[in-house]
Design a protein around this ligand. Structure first.
Ligand SMILES: NC(=O)c1ccc[n+]([C@@H]2O[C@H](COP(=O)([O-])OP(=O)(O)OC[C@H]3O[C@@H](n4cnc5c(N)ncnc54)[C@H](OP(=O)(O)O)[C@@H]3O)[C@@H](O)[C@H]2O)c1
Length: 275
């Protein structure tokens, strides 16, 4: 069974080097998919309050033979729940739906600078971490200015920043900023759009006798980024995780680096609005 090596976060907790994404599956779909993902060997499960599927994720965890302590469960604070008291309530709602006592990682889903509540939300997460409801606290879609404010105003550095990354949107500056502050980068939308047919990716897939998806995901892990690909298909799930037994060489990595095109697919964190 393939498995991802563990990495160490800046708070000392361990996190699997590859995760399983659950957007946009509903409760029913996600229950089956997470069950299959756990059987396949995934141990990091990524959900969010705003995905509306935490209940299904919780059912899958309960039904699994994999013990809770061996699963790294991550969820996210939705925009409507930002603020000190609201964030504590939002977290409790997630814990209830997931039917767990704690989550391994809790992320502020988007900074929503217009609301200007992410520092208050972060303070609530620091308190909830002390209470044992969260093991590691982090953020998602944060830019340097947002991170600098959190760090300056609370002194607590996020363990993780989960951001959009794919071969034609590599976020090299943001990743450098994260690394400089000891923040581990997770990459969402790791397979991008239309990249499976990219000639550079296809050539590397032929060279290594791998699929285009495996080439792209291996690029993440060799760059110290945790990818969280989603798949509802067990064969693709398995193949996506089965990447730790081959290595892209310097030339391969440089060829993928050359695909950078600034091609953001999701929202810009400075302006993105999320409920
Ligand atoms: N923090 C955020 O703001 C944010 C935003 C978006 C997403 N996320 C998280 O990141 C996760 C991943 O992002 P994503 O789901 O948008 O994109 P993704 O994982 O890059 O791509 C998922 C798509 O690729 C297909 N796929 C998966 N493996 C494949 C393979 N080996 N070959 C060909 N196609 C394959 C899937 O279809 P099948 O299911 O049919 O295989 C699905 O259509 C999400 O599920 C979610 O957990 C976070």
């Amino acid at each position: 069974m393939p498995s991802a090596p563990l990495l160490t976060l800046n708070d000392g907790h361990k996190i699997p080097g590859m995760g399983f994404g659950t957007y946009p599956m509903n409760d029913q779909e996600v229950e089956a998919a997470v069950q299959a993902a756990l059987l396949t060997g995934y141990r990091l499960i990524d959900t969010a309050a705003s995905y509306g599927n935490e209940t299904g994720v919780g059912h899958a965890l309960q039904d699994s033979e994999v013990e809770r302590k061996d699963i790294f469960l991550a969820t996210k604070l939705r925009g409507a729940d930002q603020g000190y008291d609201a964030a504590l309530k939002g977290l409790d709602g997630s814990l209830q739906r997931l039917n767990v006592d704690y989550v391994d990682l809790y992320l502020i889903h988007w900074p929503l600078p217009e609301k200007d509540l992410y520092v208050e939300s972060w303070k609530a997460m620091i308190a909830a971490q002390k209470d044992g409801k969260i093991r590691s606290i982090g953020v998602s879609n944060f830019k340097p200015a947002h991170l600098e404010r959190l760090i300056q105003e609370t002194g607590v550095v996020p363990a993780v920043n989960q951001i959009e990354i794919h071969a034609d949107f590599q976020q090299a500056d943001m990743r450098r900023f994260n690394a400089k502050h000891g923040i581990l980068t997770e990459g969402w939308r790791p397979l991008g759009k239309g990249l499976m047919d990219n000639p550079v990716i296809v050539e590397l897939a032929d060279k290594h006798n791998r699929t285009p998806a495996q080439i792209m995901l291996r690029w993440f892990t060799q760059n110290d980024i945790i990818p969280i690909p989603k798949s509802s298909n067990t064969d693709r799930m398995r193949a996506n995780l089965d990447i730790f037994n081959f290595t892209l060489d310097d030339g391969d990595l440089a060829a993928i680096a050359g695909l950078e095109a600034g091609n953001r697919l999701g929202g810009d964190p400075d302006t993105h609005v999320e409920e």
